[in-house]
Design a binder for this molecule. Structure first.
Ligand SMILES: *[C@@H]1O[C@H](CO)[C@@H](O)[C@H](O)[C@H]1NC(C)=O
Ligand SMILES: *[C@@H]1O[C@H](CO)[C@@H](O)[C@H](O)[C@H]1NC(C)=O
Ligand SMILES: *[C@@H]1O[C@H](CO)[C@@H](O)[C@H](O)[C@H]1NC(C)=O
Length: 174
């Protein structure tokens, strides 16, 4: 029995609907909010951040730093390690220090183990609230965009310093 043209059209319509349905499910964007703490150590044998270029004179303009900072779940330095943040910073303001910063947040534990996201933006460490853009990611954060809000919550020491920042990351990804 030959199928009627309208039955064929109905089948085509159903296949098309299923195909669109499954592809839009795979590509649905979600938002993940991550909250964690960022530990940055200067000086001493446990330094995580070093200055690799010091400009001549007393100027900090043009100084370049490299860091591999520690990411933990809590505000105590004994809290669980969840990853590292590898960074490049350039003091790029002629007036008061403001850094051009690029960081890769690489997770090594939990649900996002093996995934990373990257930010690029302006950092003024003394500002009560720093906002920087998320420009990409890998693994679970592939195609990421979004922003981070961070603030300095603790600063101790002078020649050997510990700086602790609280981070909220709002990550849009697939
Ligand atoms: C440096 O790290 C070692 C090993 O993790 C630790 O035992 C020591 O207390 C740390 N020193 C400082 C000054 O934080
Ligand atoms: C750096 O600053 C100190 C104190 O303000 C001053 O005595 C010194 O001459 C300056 N050095 C240079 C290279 O400008
Ligand atoms: C994270 O993933 C790596 C690679 O798959 C694995 O070796 C490691 O044990 C994982 N770490 C945790 C804490 O799950």
């Amino acid at each position: 029995m030959a199928s009627s043209p309208s039955f064929t059209l109905l089948l085509l319509f159903l296949f098309a609907t299923v195909a669109i349905g499954s592809s839009s499910r795979e590509h649905k964007e979600k938002m993940t909010h991550l909250h964690f703490y960022f530990y940055d150590y200067y000086g001493g044998s446990n330094a995580t951040t070093i200055t690799v270029v010091s400009p001549p004179g007393n100027n900090t303009f043009g100084s370049i730093g490299v860091g591999e900072n520690i990411l933990r779940v809590g505000r105590e330095s004994s809290s669980k390690l969840i990853g590292k943040a590898q960074e490049l910073t350039v003091q790029a303001s002629l007036e008061s220090p403001a850094y051009l910063s690029a960081l890769n947040f690489v997770f090594t534990a939990g649900k996002y183990n093996g995934s990373s996201f990257s930010i690029l933006g302006r950092a003024v460490l003394t500002e009560p609230r720093m906002e920087r853009g998320i420009v990409g990611g890998t693994g679970k954060f592939r195609m990421a965009r979004g922003y981070t809000i961070s603030r300095l919550i603790r600063s101790t020491g002078t020649t050997q310093m510990e700086l602790v920042f609280e981070y909220d990351a709002y990550i849009y990804h697939y």
